[in-house]
Design a protein around this ligand. Sequence first.
Ligand code: SF4
Length: 347
Amino acid sequence: MPANLSAIAPALLDWYDANARSLPWRAPPGTPAPDPYRVWLSEVMLQQTQVATVRPYFEKFVARWPDFASLAAAEDAELMAAWAGLGYYARARNLLACARAVANEHGGMLPDTEEGLRALPGLGAYTAAAIAAIAFGRRAVVVDANVERVVARLFALPQPLPAGRPAIRTATESITPDARAGDFAQAMMDLGSGICTPRTPRCLLCPVRTECDGFATGHPEAFPRKAPRREKPQRHGTLFWLEHDARVLLVRRPAKGLLGGMRALPTGPWAETPPGMAEAPVDADWQVMGAVAHGFTHFRLSCTVAAATLPAHMPAPDGEWWPIDSLDEAGMPTVFVRAQRLMEGLR
Ligand code: SF4
């Protein structure tokens, strides 16, 4: 454990005052807290997604839906299309459910405690703590992946992840100050993203180097220790590109389940063995055009892309016949956009 725990927060906050990242959802250090709506929206978008990816989506969302009331009134399909490309689509469904709960049950104002925030759809322990600290100045223990890494190094914690998480939380709690809780949380995030980076921490620039047990070992990058990684399972599928009159057939995925409610190319089940053409939407002269791959949270997907033209006199199957020229506006998830790009490259 670092010898001087109480020195960590002041050193970090001084560093943050001079080096805070300027982000569209943030207030500068030491100034009044930002709009809770913006904090909430950014924290949901940032779950498992990089800042650079989130930034344009955040700008687009706040321009179109500037507060809980406007977002709560959005159509499901409209919001899902705007979210397309950000991934982890359950977040988008929860975002809408949460906006509606805040608008309808809380008078358009977020609850200002961790406990109240946790009761809302899609707000887990981390997000609730981050919002309570950043938007409402509450002392909260905010532990994301960046903070996990910084704290595991500061304390040179020997337990591997994920079993070591409770120890990381206890250690984080021991250095969290009562005042400026939001700035402290954001300072830890900035330190983790810019200085205490995963592979090559830039310790010589670090404001808490003199307190860091990981630095003292000479191998801070060895923390947090990791349990051996298990390979993600591989699944296979076929995406069907059915053309008719300069349009392509799109379907709406079932509301429940992976990519639920999203507009997509027809596809059969995603299974452990390649499925063939059995699930094609019509009996046609299907040609294999190539393959696309995508990594989901729990499995990797590899899909054959098969294309055909709707045979003359065959009734059109159910779905939307979307103009190929404006397919970018359909709001399809990434794996289907990859199939679209493959087909565009073959034209
Ligand atoms: Fe991370 Fe190095 Fe700073 Fe320790 S001294 S917190 S390892 S950057």
